[in-house]
Design a protein around this ligand. Structure first.
Ligand SMILES: NC(=O)C1=CN([C@@H]2O[C@H](COP(=O)(O)OP(=O)(O)OC[C@H]3O[C@@H](n4cnc5c(N)ncnc54)[C@H](O)[C@@H]3O)[C@@H](O)[C@H]2O)C=CC1
Ligand SMILES: CCCCCC(=O)/C=C/C=C\C/C=C\C/C=C\CCCC(=O)O
Length: 269
């Protein structure tokens, strides 16, 4: 699938993995533009984040590299139904469409565990359902692709973070079930999940303060992390593969220092 002429919405885009995803989508669009002899077919990205200063600073830098018309920064908490609805409306008003949604915003805080469930799971479901209103071929949309940034903690247990683990397992399950529903109901939308191991970002740097009553397990987690820490561009590359490869639907792509692996799961038959 070529990204020319596509519009993406990326949550948690101001920093970390979301920022790398945004930059890669824009670069990919720019390459396509060059290939098309500057025909103006580019990727546009709406950046949703709660961090206004990081968002505006990224927007300024992207404006210089790609032109101001390529991106829109929207101050928006994915926890707010009102703000996310307004963000989708503004994106469609500005760019005319939504083709790609990357549910990336996430937090790790075992003490404030309700917030973890709210950001990591409830918001992913809400944004997915909102995106369907714009993308579902059955109701006049053009179809598209939704990629959720889960985690390896969506495939196996991270003992220091049971609630984070639960949210990420739920995201993997939701993604796979939505992929099957989309196929059965003709939405024309693919759904995939990226499941990285530890990634060098602020979330990762702050984990040892965020384990709440499980902080005794910090040493064990630290040991897990010595098996390799990814950089954000490796995660963005995994996401790009899931966006562009039209054969991928209902996939959970595990990313570790050793490379990538498409996960297999038990089936009913
Ligand atoms: N860093 C890691 O080791 C790993 C991270 N992940 C997942 O990757 C995703 C991104 O994480 P990182 O880039 O590491 O985190 P980060 O903390 O570096 O960046 C997260 C971004 O999300 C934004 N954000 C937080 N709450 C928000 C909200 N309510 N509404 C809108 N934006 C919000 C933050 O302002 C920030 O810009 C998360 O879903 C995380 O669970 C998955 C595997 C490993
Ligand atoms: C506490 C730090 C959390 C940092 C963010 C994050 O999501 C990192 C996750 C890293 C690893 C996940 C840990 C355990 C996963 C265990 C098993 C996966 C098994 C997969 C398989 O091969 O079957």
């Amino acid at each position: 699938m070529a990204l020319s002429g596509q519009t993406a919405v990326v949550t948690g885009a101001a920093r970390g993995i979301g920022r790398a995803v945004t930059e890669l989508l824009l670069q990919h669009g720019a390459t396509v533009t060059v290939t098309l002899h500057n025909a103006g077919h580019v990727v546009e990205v709406a950046l949703l984040d709660v961090d206004e200063s990081a968002g505006l600073s990224l927007k300024a830098s992207l404006d210089q590299q790609h032109g101001a018309q390529r991106t829109l920064f929207l101050l928006c908490s994915v926890e707010s139904e009102e703000q996310t609805k307004a963000a989708f409306q503004k994106t469609v008003e500005t760019f005319g469409r939504v083709d790609i949604l990357c549910n990336n915003a996430g937090v790790l805080n075992e003490a404030a565990w309700e917030r973890s469930v709210s950001v990591n799971l409830v918001a992913v479901i809400r944004l997915t359902y909102m995106a369907l209103e714009h993308m579902n071929k059955g109701t006049g949309g053009r179809g598209g692709v939704i990629v959720n940034i889960a985690s390896m903690a969506g495939l196996g247990p991270l003992p220091s973070c049971p609630v984070y683990t639960a949210t990420k397992h739920a995201v993997v399950g939701f993604t796979r079930a939505m992929a099957a529903a989309s196929t059965a109901l003709g939405y024309g939308i693919r759904f995939n999940a990226v499941c990285p191991t530890f990634v060098q970002t602020d979330l990762f740097s702050n984990i040892y303060d965020r384990m709440g009553m499980f902080s005794q397990l910090a040493a064990q987690t630290r040991k897990f992390a010595t098996t390799g820490v990814l950089n954000v561009s490796e995660v963005a590359a995994g996401l790009l593969e899931l966006v562009t490869d039209e054969t991928k639907n209902g996939e959970a792509l595990m990313l570790t220092g050793g490379g990538k692996k498409y996960m297999t799961f038990p089936t009913l038959s």
